[in-house]
Design a protein around this ligand. Structure first.
Ligand SMILES: Cc1cc2nc3c(=O)[nH]c(=O)nc-3n(C[C@H](O)[C@H](O)[C@H](O)COP(=O)(O)OP(=O)(O)OC[C@H]3O[C@@H](n4cnc5c(N)ncnc54)[C@H](O)[C@@H]3O)c2cc1C
Ligand code: FES
Length: 356
C-alpha cells in the first residue's frame, strides 16, 4: 500500500482497529494521535518519504510511555562560546524548563536550515530563572531558560554555533525518562559517595543530577576525562556540588595523563571498603571501561547513553541498544526507555548497537 492510502486507512476507524501502533491506543483518536506524533518527529522543512519510512517502522511500538513533552519554538537568549569548540546555548522556554528532570534531553531543530534534516539530540544541561533574558541562579523562582552545552562536531552543531540572541529554534523537550529519581536516589542514599564519571561532552548530562543530589546532601565527586584540557569545560559549574574534580587528559595537558579510568581505578582501590554509585556519560568505549571497572569493585553504575537518533520519540527505532532479556536479549530505545540505563541491563559488546 502506498504512503497516502496507508495513512488514510489508519485514520479510518477500521484501519485503526486493524492495528496501527498499539502504544497510541486504538480507534480514530489513537490514529490521530499517531499522525500528530509523526508530524512532530519530522523536521517540518521536509515533508516527504521519511514520514512513511517512520510509519512503516513503528508496528512494534508498544510503549505508552511517550513522556509529557512539547514541541516549542524557543528564542535564543545567549550562545556563549567556551574553550575547544564548545558552546553554552540558553533558550527561553518556560514550560519545557519547568518540566525537565535530571538526565532528560531535547531534540533541536534549526528552522529554515533544510540541509540538516533530522533534529539533533542534546542533553538538557541546566535550567535557570532569567532576568532580562540572562540566565540567573535563583532556586526560588520558576525556571524559564533551558541550557544546552554542546561541542561542534559536524554540520548541525556548526549551524547551532552560528545562532544569535533573538534567533528561533525548534525544541522538542523534555525527552527520555532521565535518571529514574525514585530508584537512583534510593541507591544514592545507600552509597557513601556518588561518583560522576564524564568523558568529554558527556559532562552535559551530569549537572542536573549533581544539583539534585546536592539538594539532598548526598556526597559526590567528579572524575572528568578528555583528549586535552580544552575538552574539560564547565568545571566551575560542578564545583559547588562535587568539590574539586579529578581530571585526566590523554595528552597530559591537565590532571592525570591517560584515560579517566586510571584515577578512578586508583580511587576505587584506595576506598575498597566504601560503597559507591557511579553516574557515567561519555563515548561507548569509555562507558564500557568504566562500567567494567565499577563491576569488578562491586559497585553499581547508571549510564547515560548517546546513540544516533532519528525521532527522539520512540517511533523510528533508530536508537536501539541491546539489553538483557529473553533468549539472546532484546532491544530498547535510548530515546524512550533511556537515555539512562542501569549498566547491568546493557549488553556491552560493541556490535550490540542495533544495526537498522
Ligand atoms: C541523548 C543524547 C544526548 C546528547 N547530548 C549531547 C550534548 O549535551 N552535547 C553535545 O555536544 N552532544 C550531545 N549529543 C551528541 C549530539 O547529538 C551529536 O554530536 C550531534 O547530533 C552531531 O550533529 P552534527 O550534525 O553536528 O554532526 P554529524 O555531521 O551528524 O556527525 C559528526 C560526527 O559526530 C558523530 N555523531 C553524531 N551524532 C552522534 C551521537 N548521537 N553519538 C555519537 N556520535 C555522534 C558522527 O558519527 C560523526 O562522526 C547527544 C546525543 C544523544 C543521543
Ligand atoms: S525510536 Fe526514534 S530515536 Fe529512538
Amino acid at each position: 500500500m502506498g504512503a497516502g492510502p496507508a495513512l488514510r486507512a489508519a485514520l479510518s476507524p477500521k484501519g485503526a482497529r486493524a492495528g496501527f501502533p498499539s502504544g497510541f491506543g486504538c480507534g480514530r483518536k489513537a490514529a490521530l494521535r499517531y499522525k500528530n506524533a509523526l508530524r512532530t518527529v519530522i523536521n517540518p522543512n521536509f515533508d516527504g518519504a521519511l514520514g512513511w519510512l517512520v510509519a512503516a517502522s513503528t508496528r512494534r511500538v508498544t510503549s505508552a510511555n511517550i513522556k509529557p513533552m512539547s514541541d516549542e519554538i524557543a528564542v535564543v537568549t545567549e550562545n556563549r562560546p567556551l574553550a575547544g569548540g564548545h558552546f553554552l546555548l540558553s533558550l527561553r522556554s518556560p514550560s519545557q524548563a519547568l518540566a525537565t528532570r535530571p538526565g532528560q534531553f531535547a531534540m533541536v531543530r534549526l528552522p529554515g536550515r533544510s540541509s540538516v534534516l533530522l533534529r539533533r539530540p542534546m542533553s538538557i544541561y541546566d535550567v535557570k530563572t532569567a532576568s532580562n533574558g540572562i540566565p540567573k541562579a535563583d532556586s526560588h523562582a520558576s525556571p524559564e531558560i533551558l541550557q544546552l552545552l554542546y561541542k561542534v562536531v559536524g554540520q548541525g552543531t556548526e549551524m547551532m554555533a552560528g545562532l544569535q540572541p533573538g534567533d528561533r529554534v525548534g525544541l522538542l523537550a523534555p525527552l527520555g525518562h532521565g535518571f529514574f529519581e525514585e530508584d537512583y536516589l534510593e541507591e544514592a542514599r545507600r552509597a557513601d559517595e556518588v561518583l560522576h564519571v564524564a568523558g568529554g561532552i558527556g559532562i552535559a548530562a551530569l549537572l542536573l543530577p549533581a544539583r539534585s543530589l546536592a539538594e539532598r546532601r548526598i556526597p559526590q565527586r567528579l572524575f572528568f576525562g578528555g583528549r586535552t584540557q580544552r575538552d574539560l569545560v564547565a568545571l566551575q559549574d560542578f564545583e559547588p556540588f562535587t568539590g574539586k574534580a579529578i581530571l585526566a587528559t590523554e595528552d597530559g595537558s591537565v590532571g592525570h595523563q591517560g584515560y579517566v579510568t586510571q584515577p578512578l581505578g586508583e580511587y576505587l582501590k584506595l576506598h575498597s571498603s566504601r560503597r559507591f554509585l557511579l553516574l557515567v556519560c561519555g563515548p561507548w568505549a569509555m562507558l564500557q571501561a568504566v562500567v567494567g571497572l565499577a563491576r569488578r569493585h562491586g559497585h553499581r553504575s547508571l549510564v547515560s547513553m548517546e546513540n544516533r537518533m532519528g525521532c527522539g520519540l520512540g517511533v523510528c527505532l533508530g536508537c536501539c541498544i541491546r539489553v538483557d532479556g529473553e533468549g539472546h536479549g532484546t532491544y530498547q530505545r535510548v530515546c524512550t526507555e533511556g537515555p539512562v540505563f542501569w549498566s547491568e541491563r546493557v549488553v556491552w559488546e560493541n556490535e550490540t548497537i542495533a544495526k537498522i
